[in-house]
Design a protein around this ligand. Structure first.
Ligand SMILES: *Cc1c(COP(=O)(O)O)cnc(C)c1O
Length: 362
């Protein structure tokens, strides 16, 4: 590719170049079929092979067994999951515990309250979500506990999962999906929109524990029922074939890079390069996450001690081939999203600029 810039966008976000090349080829023609991937039937053998391959790779990369989990491809983004989870797993007589560690978790809770007894079990809203909630009150017999593994907007991430006892753990993992090793067998349901770290917009992956699905509500609109997706291998209606194809390519790329263990090591190294540069120049730079143990590997957020310099820093970044660094409007400041595909070199370039800028202006 000719002039690729360093794209720090939070999502849709950077994808691996080999994936873009192969996807471009697939858009021209798939498997010598004389047809573009965009033109083939979702019931035909070319697409079926792609679909099955993506399902298997997803389970394999996550270290989960197809005996225990359904790998699902859904639509409507993570936002639809905010509604589908309680539709399928909550009733007005039941209680679900929501840990609200950021704006996305707050939205998930609001949706759940339309369907059942969802309560805020913990929140760090009072701290402006600058850390993960440290206290968590569990409801005995709760239907499930819902967390957000990585707070895309606020820049916090769970490394140790909260202790939920026997209660099923449900998580929105949109912005750190495929980014690090976890004991994924701890989740009863894990979902993620693809467009942050795993593919293009248009598909949402879910890993659903089979025994949890058995407890799902019986009366749910067919297209919004996890059972429909599980029983039909996400092929009840036309799935987002192109998005699933690209997710499959990303998974193949990830396996080639050494899987979650290798990518986590690289992600940790990349994040450290940035946090080190910011910490070296405190208080000129002020990371927005107050507890260092909660700092996200994916979304690095900070402000300037002197906000009047923000425009200048953004302009210098742009001049140096970096884009997408403006913080979310609700937080302000800066956000560098450095997902799996983001190159080490680009992180280094930003760290160099941050040091240089602080020396000149600090
Ligand atoms: C982006 C994001 C969402 C919203 O995803 P959509 O696919 O736009 O619905 C939800 N949760 C988290 C953690 C996100 O990063």
């Amino acid at each position: 590719m000719s002039h690729r810039i360093y794209n720090f966008s939070a999502g849709p976000a950077i994808l691996p170049e080999p994936v873009l090349d192969e996807a471009a080829q697939g858009v021209r023609e798939i498997n010598g079929s004389g047809m573009s991937l965009l033109e083939v039937s979702h019931r035909g053998k070319d697409y079926e092979a792609i679909h099955a391959d993506a399902e298997q790779r997803l389970l394999r990369v996550m270290g989960l067994s197809g005996e225990e989990y359904y790998p699902l491809f859904l639509q409507g983004g993570a936002s639809l999951q905010f509604a589908m989870v309680p539709m399928n797993f909550l009733t007005p007589e039941q209680t679900a515990d929501y840990v609200v560690s950021g704006d996305w978790g707050a939205k998930a809770l609001k949706e759940a309250q339309l369907f059942g007894g969802a309560r805020e079990a913990a929140t760090s809203k009072g701290e402006g979500y600058s850390e993960l909630p440290k206290e968590f009150t569990r409801t005995p017999g709760a239907r499930y506990v819902h967390i957000t593994t990585n707070n895309t907007i606020e820049g916090t991430e769970y490394f140790a999962l909260p202790d939920v006892g026997e209660t099923p753990l449900v998580a929105d993992a949109s912005s750190d999906f495929l980014a690090l090793q976890r004991d994924y067998g701890k989740f009863s349901l894990l979902y993620a929109g693809a467009q942050k770290n795993a593919g293009p917009a248009g598909v949402t992956m879910a890993l659903l524990r089979k025994s949890f699905l058995e407890t799902a509500n019986p009366k749910v609109a067919k297209i919004l029922s996890y059972r429909t997706y599980a029983e039909n291998r996400s092929l009840y209606n036309t799935p987002p074939t192109f998005a699933i194809y690209v997710v499959g390519l990303v998974l193949k790329w990830l396996e080639g890079e050494g899987g979650l263990e290798a990518i986590e090591a690289r992600n940790r190294q990349k994040a450290k390069v940035l946090y080190d540069a910011l910490d070296e120049h405190a208080p000129f730079y002020q990371p927005t996450v107050t507890d260092k143990g909660d700092r996200s590997l994916m979304n690095v957020t900070w402000r300037l001690h002197d906000p009047a310099l923000e425009g200048e820093l953004l302009a210098e970044a742009k001049k140096n081939g970096m884009d997408g660094l403006k913080g979310h409007r609700s937080v302000g400041g800066f956000r560098a999203s450095i997902y799996n595909a983001f190159p080490v070199k680009g992180v280094q370039a930003l760290a160099d600029l941050l040091r240089d800028f602080a020396q000149r202006k600090g």
